[in-house]
Design a protein around this ligand. Structure first.
Ligand SMILES: [Zn+2]
Length: 378
């Protein structure tokens, strides 16, 4: 079995550290609103990955974090006029409800960033980075990662620091940093944060989003893990930062295989609230579709090819599932027949006559270009 590793941009033979055990870390939702179907494309892919590995006899231990403190959750709670925990709780519940509707297997653990156990781990990691000269406290009292001291920075996203400066991929909105690309590990408290704050050696404040994942991943899975997944939009800066933070502390390679799921487009465009093409799972269910049909629609294209979500595609997903169900029903009926000889030949006939259950997915050609690591058809 081979996986396309984002880190090397190559297909690599899968060799977990301690087979048959496999550790997987998957970046979970930021619980400031209901997740959209694009988020669920990645979660369905990760579910499929886990089930596939388990069908091959591996024992998967999977962690998915819940980001329940960051700029967006704090802003949402402030605007709603409720405490942060209360604000995020409703979206955690909604997330678990959607996982169940899509028949996504639950991760073994769903750590939440605000759990004191992980806050302590984040502070310990940041302290270690400061001690090694990989992080510094700036005049604004926040602590930043010093990216030009980490030689591998940019390896995952495949760029160098000079490019980072010129491409404008990083907004220059924090003026106290040494380098434009330095990212916050600890954000000093300000009025906007209200009562959301924790004590630290650098004064009260809160963790940056990236350090949350490094801390939760290593707290639950150890310093090194087999597979780390996410959407392609997580590659930079989030996963690049996770590597810099974790390896900066441990000095060991953090992740063996980085697997990233491509975007979901809606009617050929990026999903956005302003375009009116932003859908949550309940939006799709309200049109009469089942969770099973949505699940099928989200996994009918190879995970590294962009998937274009359309209502026509939903209809096709329904028809494809209908054909598969009909065929399975006929197969079961035939198998029940008493005459084994006849039944065997009938089964054979049905197999020969079976409908092509899946229309050729968009993006399959794209997958083959990448070396054909096995299309979904295999
Ligand atoms: Zn993450």
């Amino acid at each position: 079995m081979r996986f396309f590793n984002t880190y090397s941009r190559q297909l690599e033979e899968f060799a977990p550290r301690h087979p048959p055990k496999i550790d997987i870390y998957t970046c979970g939702p930021t619980v400031y609103s209901r997740a959209h179907i694009g988020n669920f494309r990645a979660y369905v892919f990760e579910d499929l990955l886990q089930r596939h590995l388990e069908s091959r006899g591996y024992q998967v231990h999977r962690v998915m974090n819940l980001t329940d403190v960051d700029d967006k959750t704090i802003r949402g709670a402030r605007e709603a006029g409720v405490p942060l925990q209360k604000f995020t709780a409703q979206f955690k519940d909604a997330f678990f409800e959607d996982l169940a509707t899509l028949q996504i297997k639950r991760a073994d653990e769903f750590p939440a960033a605000t759990d004191q156990r992980y806050i302590d781990k984040m502070i310990a990691m940041i302290s270690a980075l400061v001690a090694k000269g990989l992080a510094y406290q700036a005049d604004d009292k926040s602590v930043y990662y010093r990216i030009n001291k980490f030689p591998n920075y940019g390896r995952l996203a495949h760029f160098n620091l000079d490019e980072l400066q010129s491409t404008g991929r990083v907004k220059h909105d924090e003026y106290d940093k040494e380098h434009i690309g330095d990212f916050a590990l600890w954000k000093a408290w300000d009025e906007q944060d209200g009562d959301v704050k924790w004590d630290s050696p650098w004064g009260s404040g809160r963790p940056g989003w990236h350090i949350e994942c490094s801390a939760m991943a290593t707290a639950l899975l150890g310093d090194q893990i087999d597979i780390h997944c996410g959407g392609v939009d997580n590659i930079f800066p989030h996963h690049e930062a996770e590597i810099a933070q974790t390896e900066g502390v441990t000095g060991k390679p953090f992740v063996r295989y980085w697997l990233h799921c491509a975007h979901l487009l809606v009617d050929g465009q990026k999903m956005s609230k302003s375009l009116g093409n932003f859908y949550t799972l309940p939006d799709v269910l309200a049109k009469g579709y089942s969770g099973r049909e949505v699940r099928y629609a989200l996994m009918r294209v190879h995970y590294r090819a962009p998937l274009n979500f359309t209502w026509e595609g939903m209809k096709e997903a329904r028809e494809s599932l209908q054909r598969i169900d009909d065929w399975l029903r006929r197969l079961r009926e035939t198998a029940k027949e008493e005459n084994v000889q006849r039944s065997t030949s009938n089964v054979q006939r049905l197999i020969e006559q079976r409908p092509s259950p899946f229309p050729l997915p968009e993006g399959e050609a794209h997958v083959r270009e990448h070396g054909g690591e096995g299309t979904w058809r295999d």
